[in-house]
Design a protein around this ligand. Structure first.
Ligand code: DAH
Length: 343
């Protein structure tokens, strides 16, 4: 086979290429497909490359030059067609990406479900806030308490029925005052606070308390109280009445009337129950009284130098009165339909 025939053989595939390639380039739908076509047409194993490698066989320099130029023209033409198609495809890909990333700002937003404080916590926060607005500070104490702070320091004698095993949840039996129990009220924090703080004292103490009671509509073995203690120079029963009446007005409404009924608590003398007139009836709200000198003595305060008042209220009771809840168990119902009513 002579060189010219050889070249013609090599040129035939080029003719084919000139015919087919433009259509294939135009039909390429993706950059990947176009890359393949590029390799087939102008790449290292393409008809163009083969034609170029056959150029050396043309002896006549002028013929060789002409053939080389012809091959280059074809190659340049195809390369620019491929480049043009590549631009089109790249533009389309960007558009497609923009389209799929599009955010429809007219869609309604997705509102995440929000949690909320339980009604008991809300009630506690609200009551504490009222006292904070009157100048009180919130303090807390341990739920596992010694018999000393829970009873003795509060002037509750060994013989008192509250100290009995059937009324109190003991964690550790032992020598009377060292026994460990789940506190039956928040009052022990009075004694703990006075032991390490000098007067004046104005504190409120929210927290959990525990009693050996079976669950029914009016009893829970775990419930919440808020204790209050004010000790200063010359505090009187009038201060107690004014403070607690103001609390009732803030919590139940400005017109709320209150009355104080004599009662007995070991840690106050005199002691009283405060009742409030709300929703058409008198309701007992809390226990209160002037701090018993024996409590001051246990705490290391001079009972001749200071006077004070204390009070204790049930948080669940406050929530029930305010929201008209008649069964305490509603407050420990984990059903979301119940909980959502008090958001
Ligand atoms: N600790 C009492 C109870 O759990 C409530 C109470 C009554 C607290 C009178 C007080 C108070 O501070 O003065 O029933």
């Amino acid at each position: 086979m002579n060189a010219a025939a050889n070249l013609r053989d090599r040129m035939d595939p080029l003719e084919q290429l000139i015919q087919d390639a433009p259509g294939r380039i135009d039909a390429a739908e993706t950059i990947v497909a176009l890359d393949e076509i590029e390799a087939d047409t102008v790449g290292r194993r393409s008809p163009i490359a083969e034609a170029r490698s056959a150029l050396g066989g043309i002896k006549d320099a002028a013929d060789r030059g002409a053939a080389g130029k012809a091959i280059n023209d074809i190659a340049n033409d195809l390369t620019s067609q491929i480049a043009a198609r590549r631009q089109v495809l790249e533009g389309a890909e960007v558009n497609a990406r923009l389209l799929s990333d599009k955010v429809d700002v007219t869609l309604p937003g997705r509102v995440p479900r929000r949690g909320t404080h339980h009604l008991i916590q809300q009630t506690m926060d609200e009551i504490v806030d009222i006292f904070v607005s009157l100048g009180y500070t919130m303090v807390q104490g341990p739920e596992a308490e010694t018999a000393f702070y829970n009873f003795t320091a509060l002037n509750i004698p060994e013989t008192h029925p509250a100290r009995h095993e059937s009324d109190t949840l003991y964690l550790d039996y032992g020598e009377s005052d060292e026994e460990i129990l789940l506190r039956t009220h928040t009052s022990p924090v009075q004694a703990r606070h006075m032991e390490v703080n000098d007067p004046p004292v104005y504190i409120v103490v929210p927290g959990k308390v525990f009693r050996a009671d079976a669950i029914d509509a009016t009893h829970l073995p775990v419930f919440h109280q808020i204790e209050g203690l004010a000790v200063d120079d010359g505090i009187t029963f009038a201060d107690l009445k004014g403070t607690l009446a103001e609390f009732a007005r803030q919590y139940f409404g400005v017109d709320t009337e209150v009355k104080f009924i004599p009662h007995y608590f070991p840690f106050t003398e005199p002691s009283a129950e405060m009742h409030a007139y709300t929703q058409g009836r008198w309701i007992e709200l809390l226990g209160c009284g002037m701090v018993d000198p024996a409590v001051f003595e246990h705490a290391g305060y001079d009972p001749d130098a200071f006077t004070g008042f204390a009070f204790g209220m049930g948080v669940e009771r406050m929530a029930m009165v305010r929201h008209g809840i008649t069964d305490l168990r509603t407050l420990i119902d984990p059903d979301v339909r119940t909980l959502e009513q008090y958001r």
